[in-house]
Design a protein around this ligand. Structure first.
Ligand code: ADP
Length: 439
């Protein structure tokens, strides 16, 4: 038996012994026994009262007790001390966390599951115009821009959105919402005015330079062509040089055209109402044009397995698909085979352009959609390339909510897949007689 219980029992036995002794002296047992029980009860009530009084205070020092009560007070005191230490540690951590978030240059707002403001840092006050009085208010009552309100209500927070600051139209904010602890949200807003301005300047610069270069390049090329057309006026020794100059000028012209097209894609907003594009017809058209090229090239097989139409810009889609098919033709030997396949998937539709060409080394796959990125080995084999074709494809797909997937095996061939989501696809039942197995 532990020490507190031993002293508790010995205390009780002493009291009982005294009661029995009084009973023996008085030759009556009932009153002393009742007295014994009353004393025991009174003692426990007294200590319970003191315990409660102590629990209501914040002091560390518990009341003195004896028997089991001494042990109870002691244990409770240890528990309270541990609890206070943990609380102090948590408070310190919380303070540090708050100081860190206060120091963040980005606006940070903690939202409840009903999007009510629970807490916000100084930057949020500055950038979003929040005041302490706004605590508990719904965030969409304070930031009322339709884009933000619909972002909040859609509940798809995978990508950030860009809005202007509520109190200053000239400040652009990138807003991201991150769910945390199951039923709360963290709203983070970053000032991207400077970044967007630099990006716009870069785009304008590229567009202006390309635009300014276009005319001189066309004029010089025109003169060169004229010179080369006149058999007698050019010294035969100069002819190869002029031919090379003409080739390089043609390359420069492709480059300028592609750059201009890319900047147009970047700067022009998408049409508010995308039109349904008959992809089958579009691909048939492109493949027919490719087939009519006089130079020997790989055979092109067109397989239309879906009547699905794509909601988008026909010209943009044409340029993306043309780029992929032209690449397949460029990088596949004449003995090879190119397959252009349009089909439906469980999440939308897909165009696959595959070839049995030279393939792309794995280490370059992640980068070939970057502007001007060309696989070093192919640079010499195809000097006419600009390195902008796949960047255009990627951009067009982005504008159509699609994405590009590339697979390739060196020496065996490549496959470029353009996936389009359900929202962009109008699926129609397939008419069997319209299936075009080959172009
Ligand atoms: P380019 O004008 O050089 O073709 P792209 O952006 O269209 O530029 O392509 C980038 C690079 O990707 C090309 O230089 C080439 O090395 C590689 N590439 C693209 N398509 C194919 C393909 N079908 N087969 C092999 N390599 C390819």
């Amino acid at each position: 038996m532990t020490h507190p219980w031993r002293s508790e029992i010995s205390l009780s036995l002493w009291a009982l012994f005294i009661a029995l002794w009084i009973g023996w002296l008085q030759e009556s047992w009932l009153v002393p026994l009742w007295l014994f029980i009353a004393v025991l009860l009174a003692r426990h009530i007294y200590f319970t009262y003191r315990l409660l009084a102590w629990l209501r205070t914040e002091t560390n020092q518990p009341p003195d007790g004896n028997g089991v009560w001494e042990e109870i007070f002691h244990r409770l005191r240890l528990m309270r001390r541990r609890h206070q230490r943990r609380k102090r540690r948590l408070m310190k951590m919380l303070k540090r966390f708050r100081q860190a978030t206060e120091a963040l240059p980005d606006a940070t707002v903690v939202l409840t599951k009903e999007f009510e403001i629970d807490w916000f840092n100084k930057a949020a006050g500055r950038m979003l115009g929040l005041k302490p009085i706004d605590l508990g208010m719904r965030i969409d009552n304070l930031i009322r821009q339709p884009m933000f309100v619909s972002y909040l209500h859609k509940g798809n927070f995978r990508h950030p959105i860009s809005i202007s600051a509520p109190h200053n139209e000239n400040i652009r904010l990138e807003v991201r919402i991150v769910p945390f602890t199951g039923n709360q949200y963290l709203l983070i807003a970053q000032d991207v005015t400077q970044i967007q301005m630099l990006e716009r300047q870069r785009r304008d610069f590229v567009a202006n330079v390309s635009h300014e270069l276009r005319t001189p390049v066309t004029v010089i090329r025109g003169y060169l062509e004229n010179l080369l057309d006149q058999e007698t006026s050019v010294d035969p020794a100069l002819r190869p040089t002029l031919t090379r100059m003409e080739e390089q000028l043609q390359r420069l012209q492709y480059l300028v055209d592609d750059l201009l097209y890319l900047s147009r894609l970047e700067t022009t907003p998408q049409g508010a109402k995308p039109r349904p594009v008959n992809v089958g017809d579009l691909l048939t058209d492109i493949c027919r044009e490719m087939e009519s090229v006089p130079e020997p090239h790989a055979s092109i097989h067109l397989q239309i397995d879906s009547q699905a139409k794509l909601l988008g810009e026909k010209q943009e889609l044409r340029s993306a698909f043309e780029n992929l098919i032209t690449n397949a033709v460029k990088y596949t030997p004449a003995s090879g085979k190119i397959t252009v396949h349009w089909f439906e998937t469980s999440h939308g539709a897909c165009l696959e352009v595959s070839d049995t060409g030279e393939g792309i080394p794995q280490q370059h796959l992640a980068r070939i959609t970057e502007r001007f990125y060309r696989v070093p080995e192919t640079e010499n084999r195809n000097p006419t390339g600009t390195g902008l074709g796949l960047a255009i494809v990627k951009h067009v797909l982005n504008r159509h909510e699609g994405h590009l997937s590339i697979k390739s095996q060196l020496g065996k061939g490549s496959s470029f897949r353009c996936y389009f989501p359900d929202a962009r696809v109008i699926k129609e039942p397939m008419e069997l007689e319209q299936t075009t197995p080959e172009a």
